[in-house]
Design a protein. Structure first.
Length: 508
């Protein structure tokens, strides 16, 4: 096994594949399944029905259960021929639409990986690597589709026994948040699909689905720019969305449009786990939180601009929301806006949406002006598909004294700020970890290559013992065919971004 390293940053994403998918002949076909307690669907439905019209709170989609699974007391280990090993455990919950898990006390050694995937391999999350060791507190991962999931941990021989973690809770998804069937007959639900409006598309890239309450509830939040234009990941949301420890909150990017169409699983593939609350405004019901990491540049996450001026010149409003915990929808309003006291908070109010609708799960969503700059945060209301009711949001201007030190760190004398796609500064090479794992070694017909870097492997060079070039090929990973090589010692070089990593490979 080869472990080649320089330094990188990481967020929860989807890359490569679990090792067992590529060497099934070496992995037992049976999995030890741990069953979650039976879910009382009737009771959950009755509880949800009572709170269904309260749009000021996050929507519940899952039931969480405390569990205690770890590589020492549960699951099964499989030793590989080269001394590496794989630990696997299955979690099942009858009739679940999805299952989510919470990790705690996580330490993954260099070269180690954790993947979570469903039984039929149609949805997965990972890899988690040693870069996630900074998540020392408990953290939740996005749910994986299906009623059976598998957690797979790969541990290199060089670090045998060094890794440890606990799976401290698992959630049964009893509401199908991956399906649009629940709103198919609601003409007032307007999904945000591919829009020709550039400003609208940009704003959509700033709206995040926020999973809170130990992986059980969903609200909406928004990445927001600051006057330093430095990409600090500040997120605006409602105070009611802050349910459970911030370390366990999960923020999902691009839960919209074509990313969520049909069987496309990219809808749930980009996430940042964990945040901290930097400021709250209880008088107006809003909050500003900071994500634990910046989103990757490759995610093309937009940081929305803002307008903290008066509403005298605001002619229309638009909100992008994760109503019902579903992919983004749009609601628009044109007309009179007034201020009132609602639920002991100073809010801006208006009579029903002009187009589209808000549903439960929309709390915390952004309210934009015509230029798609944030002017407020949606709090809730009682407007329905019959256009009867009143909707409320908190004006950013009302909370500006609370948030200005974060959103205006340069003390600029402005009322409005444009949005940006920030460029993450390139690393100087001293703090970036590029991790390439190659095994088995010695090898015969194939080698498995695992790349944990943000940058893809662009090409692979193979040279013989005399330094002569045998082959150069694009990266066709994760399994690389070497059956054409005769016995001997070779040098294999991986070109990763602007770097290269080289190691000897014995073929026999």
């Amino acid at each position: 096994m080869l472990v080649l390293t320089t330094w990188v940053n990481a967020q929860v994403d989807r890359g490569g594949q679990p090792l067992s998918w590529n060497i099934p002949q070496q992995i037992p076909t049976t999995t030890i399944w741990q069953a979650l307690p039976e879910v009382d669907q009737i009771q959950l439905s009755e509880e949800d029905a009572i709170a269904l019209n309260d749009k000021s709170t996050p929507i519940r989609f899952a039931k969480s259960f405390a569990v205690n699974y770890d590589p020492i007391t549960a699951g099964t280990w499989t030793n590989l021929p080269n001394g590496d090993r794989i630990w696997m455990i299955g979690v099942e919950s009858a009739e679940a639409f999805s299952i989510g898990v919470q990790f705690s006390n996580l330490f993954i050694p260099q070269g180690g990986t954790i993947y979570i995937y469903n039984e039929c391999h149609t949805d997965y999350i990972g890899p988690l690597t040693s870069n996630e060791n900074k998540l020392s507190q408990s953290f939740n991962l996005p749910p994986v589709k299906g009623s059976k999931i598998i957690i797979e941990y790969y541990e290199p021989f060089a670090y045998r026994g060094d890794g440890h973690f606990e799976i401290s809770s698992a959630s049964h998804g009893y509401r199908d948040i991956h399906s649009m069937e629940s709103v198919q007959n609601l003409e007032c639900f307007v999904p945000l699909l591919n829009s020709s409006n550039t400003n609208l598309k940009n704003a959509s890239s700033s709206v995040l689905m926020m999973i809170v309450d130990n992986g059980q509830r969903i609200a909406t939040s928004t990445l927001v720019n600051n006057t330093a234009n430095n990409g600090v990941p500040y997120v605006l949301t409602s105070q009611n969305a802050l349910v459970g420890p911030p370390s366990t909150w999960t923020f999902l990017f691009d839960v919209a449009g074509e990313n969520c169409a049909g069987t496309n699983t990219l809808c749930w593939s980009k996430a940042i786990c964990g945040a901290e609350v930097v400021a709250t405004d209880s008088q107006h019901g809003t909050a500003l939180v900071k994500l634990k990491d910046m989103p990757k540049t490759s995610w093309s996450a937009y940081y929305s601009g803002w307008n903290q001026g008066s509403f005298e010149n605001v002619e229309s409003l638009i909100s992008i929301q994760n109503s019902m915990g579903l992919p983004q929808s749009v609601a628009q309003y044109s007309g009179e806006i007034w201020m009132e006291i609602w639920n002991n908070k100073e809010v801006m109010s208006f009579d029903n949406w002009s187009q589209g609708q808000s549903f439960k799960g929309a709390t915390g969503s952004p309210v934009f002006d015509a230029n798609m700059n944030i002017v407020g945060v949606y709090l809730g209301g009682n407007d329905d598909c019959a256009a009867i009711g009143t909707e409320r949001f908190a004006a950013l201007a009302s909370s500006w004294d609370t948030y200005s030190e974060f959103l205006n760190p340069t003390n600029a004398n402005i009322n409005q700020l444009h949005g940006i796609y920030p460029i993450v500064p390139e690393s100087n090479g001293e703090d970036e970890l590029v991790e390439v794992i190659v095994f088995p070694n010695p090898a015969q017909d194939w080698i498995y290559v695992h790349n944990n870097s943000d940058k893809a492997i662009g090409a692979i060079e193979v040279r013989d013992a005399l330094g002569r070039l045998v082959s150069i090929s694009p990266s066709l990973l994760p399994t690389l065919d070497i059956s054409y090589l005769t016995e001997g010692i070779y040098t294999i070089t991986f070109l990763v971004g602007d770097k290269s990593v080289t190691q000897k490979l014995l073929v026999r």
